[in-house]
Design a protein around this ligand. Structure first.
Ligand code: ATP
Length: 358
């Protein structure tokens, strides 16, 4: 569906690198509002970078349009777009110092010298590097280089802030810190941003909107809770977080009780369900929405413990319920000590079970 409003609008955007081959990006349409943070999420090769580069003007689309603030920029050259970009490799100039790297985009735009000095210092303060303005790039840590790349992208106050896997070269701890910093800067500046990642945690924690891509197509576009709680397809359910996917499940209402019939396992009482097709569809139940109990309660189904793994704060069980193998994740505090092979019961917590249409 072509989008009719939004600050950044992509309509039927397509890229075919070679005639006669499958497109790398196939008719992707979406739209985000001014100041929103969009994550392009998907596995390697799904077309995220190609989409980002078409927005940046680094790749010419085969078909479709890109509009920013109502203006069609589909085929505008890069230098005519108001875009700040951060690459995975940072792409800094090693022979220049920190402040000269950040100043580069302003010099290209022929901004007066005094203004450049002020803006560069402001941008460096924003990424907490003011004290290293004169340092050589080669004498910085990976995290510091990343901050320089961020400062260089935002110093021109662009209409769009584009980032291609900017955190992938950092260790896990620093990645968490930089996630928060990027999100903070983006929100303080109110700058419309697009962020490429294959890390679902990054997308869920940072983005206002997520576009999940697979093999060049858009699987689902929505808020993080849309994507996590109400995935449109099996692919999205499995790619974003862990999921139990039970084929051929049926919704049953008995009086005021809601239940789902799991093939071969009986009826599991559930507080809520969502989805458009509630019969014979695939029921998605997140592991944290299930609980293992040593004594069954009303509405539980019988199960046998296949494995139990202690993860510190949580315990991950795998249980057999009829023909279904279900993953269950519980806080270690309230989890029963059940040996592998023992009989148990499984119940659903207060969260909802989502049906994915066949
Ligand atoms: P990754 O996470 O690995 O970077 P991605 O989702 O960003 O992957 P793209 O880099 O957009 O994916 O690539 C999408 C598809 O297009 C892949 O099959 C890739 O091999 C192909 N592709 C990318 N660049 C080119 C090119 N210059 N010429 C031909 N094919 C290309």
């Amino acid at each position: 569906m072509p989008s009719t409003s939004g600050y950044l609008q992509i309509d039927s955007l397509t890229k075919r690198y070679k005639e006669g081959t499958a497109p790398a990006v196939d008719s992707v349409s979406l739209s985000v509002d001014e100041g929103e943070f969009l994550a392009l999420l998907g596995p390697s090769g799904c077309g995220k970078t190609t989409t980002l580069r078409m927005i940046a003007g680094l790749i010419d689309p085969t078909a479709g349009t890109v509009k920013v603030a109502g203006k069609d920029i589909t085929h505008a050259p890069v230098y005519k777009r108001s875009v700040g970009m951060v690459f995975q490799s940072y792409a800094l100039f090693p022979h220049l110092d920190v402040k000269s790297n950040v100043a580069y985009g302003l010099q290209m735009r022929r901004v007066p010298k005094a203004e450049i000095t002020t803006k560069v210092l402001e941008a460096l303060e924003l990424v907490r590097l003011g004290h290293l303005a004169d340092r050589r790039i080669t004498a910085l840590s990976g995290g510091q280089q990343q901050r320089v790349a961020l400062a260089r992208a935002i110093v021109i106050n662009p209409q769009l802030f584009l980032m291609d896997e900017p955190l992938s070269n950092l260790d896990a701890k620093l990645r968490d810190v930089m996630r928060n910093e990027i999100r903070g800067i983006q929100q303080r500046m109110g700058i419309t941003s697009v962020f490429v990642t294959h890390d679902q945690g990054e997308a869920l924690t940072m983005a206002d909107k997520i576009a999940v891509m697979s093999e060049g197509t858009l699987e689902q576009f929505g808020t993080p809770s849309d994507i996590y709680e109400r995935p449109a397809t099996r692919f999205v359910a499995e790619f974003v977080g862990q999921a139990n996917l039970v084929e051929g499940a049926t919704f049953v209402r008995a009086g005021s009780a809601s239940m789902i019939e799991l093939p071969g396992a009986g009826r599991l009482a559930v507080p809520r369900v969502s989805g458009t097709q509630l019969n014979g569809a695939t029921a998605m139940i997140r592991p944290h929405q299930l609980q293992v109990r040593s004594v069954a309660r009303d509405g539980d189904i019988p199960a046998r413990i296949r494995s139990s793994v202690y993860l510190g704060d949580t315990i991950q069980y795998e249980v057999e319920a009829g023909k279904n193998i279900l993953k269950v994740q519980m806080f270690a505090d309230g989890a029963p000590a059940l040996a592998v092979g023992s009989e148990a019961a499984v119940g659903a917590s207060t969260d909802c079970v989502h049906f994915i249409a066949a």
